[in-house]
Ligand binder design. Sequence first.
Ligand SMILES: C[S@@+](CC[C@H](N)C(=O)[O-])C[C@H]1O[C@@H](n2cnc3c(N)ncnc32)[C@H](O)[C@@H]1O
Length: 449
Amino acid sequence: MSNTEVPAELHDDAGRVWAAHVSAASGLSLRVRFAEQPPPRTTFPRLIVKHPARTLTLSGCRLVGEDDQLVFVDDVYDCHVLIDQGRLKNLLGFFNELPLVLAQRTEVTEGFRGFVADLIYDLTVYKKFFDEQDRTFSKEAPHVGVAAQEILLRRAGPEFFRFLDANLDKLAALVREFTPEQHERHGYYFRQQLWPFIIGSAIMERTNLKPRGYAGDATMMQMIYDNRYEGVWAFNKLMHKHPVQSIAAEAVRSRRVLLPRLLKAHLDSSDARPYRVLSVACGPARELEDILVGGGVDPQRLDVTLLDQDDEALAVARSTIERVGGPRKLSLVNDSVRTLLRRKGAVERWGQFEFIYSMGLFDYLTPPVAKAVLARLYELVAPGGALVVGNYHQKNPGRFYMAYWCDWVLYYRTEEEMLALTTGLPEARVTVGYDATGCQMILRVERAA
Ligand SMILES: C[S@@+](CC[C@H](N)C(=O)[O-])C[C@H]1O[C@@H](n2cnc3c(N)ncnc32)[C@H](O)[C@@H]1O
């Protein structure tokens, strides 16, 4: 619990203002220290918190306990967020928005509603079938039940996957021409309706709930790289396996083949010792495993720097590398690429690199930010070095799967849009290629020696 105290003013019914300091007493209450103590059990219709970040006005609260604690009487505020971040998080906020959210339904097309209703019916039937089998298996000894479920997954799984694929085709046909606003509205409607099925899938539960604040965190990436069944029940296992084996997920896995190949080809043509590598938005850095083991590269020639905004991603990356044995030197940088834009002097701080790559980052950046970040990364490329950037193509067949089911929305680009990011880079030789799935473009920018 934070002990931080913040100045505040409490306004009573008589119009008197009581100066005080408040801190978080619990998740939903405040500790209060008055300059002059008001009468016991006073109710204050208004509380003003003068947080260093901003001044916040809160609704009514009342003195309780030893008259040093405040509970709210009209709203339920998150007091940790209030004191630690200077932000108002009203836990009933969603309730106030309910009329707006409910009204969204009227904007959903008839065709889409019919599609969703049929999908729910069919999924319910499939789920009932799989759950009934699991119920029978659970009466057996574990090794017998496990063996029976494996047969079920092998025999009935492909049919269920064909059903899911056919519905993804129907979804794409319905929404392909939608505007961004229509996508947002229909996607929201879709996920509300399909929620009981979505939360059965380990990956889709996580992409939707976003416990690290964004889709694509290291745990999700590991699930995609692992491409295994997860869960206990057959239905949930299938609902997880289908997205992690989809073509968009295959494009993620293709990075593990592509990057070692590109890096080795470049390293073999370079005299640099050490050979400095920077991975930007490294995530779990699974491809490093393939570079360091069996990549045909001497790890002792490599100095590797990994940058990510998420310390949990860096911790996963570190353990990946420790497992396989490290390069000559490993540096972890917990920072956002946005710092590169705000703060000059990255070359002085980090030096330059022979090989820089960034996979799964530019898909999150708007065109102006992507262009600015690319220019900054190019400054970090040593003469003769290469910068490799991945971005899903606009025609990625998995985009509606990701957006509607997974609530994972990306900036898709065309070849022209990708090339446009590189205009004005001095002494750059630029090419755009594709990964093995064709979903993901690979931009390559080489600096003249
Ligand atoms: C989709 S994952 C890709 C991870 C890894 N490159 C891969 O291909 O497996 C995206 C990663 O980008 C990181 N990221 C997102 N925005 C970032 C930013 N502005 N600066 C640095 N890292 C960022 C996230 O923390 C996350 O680890």
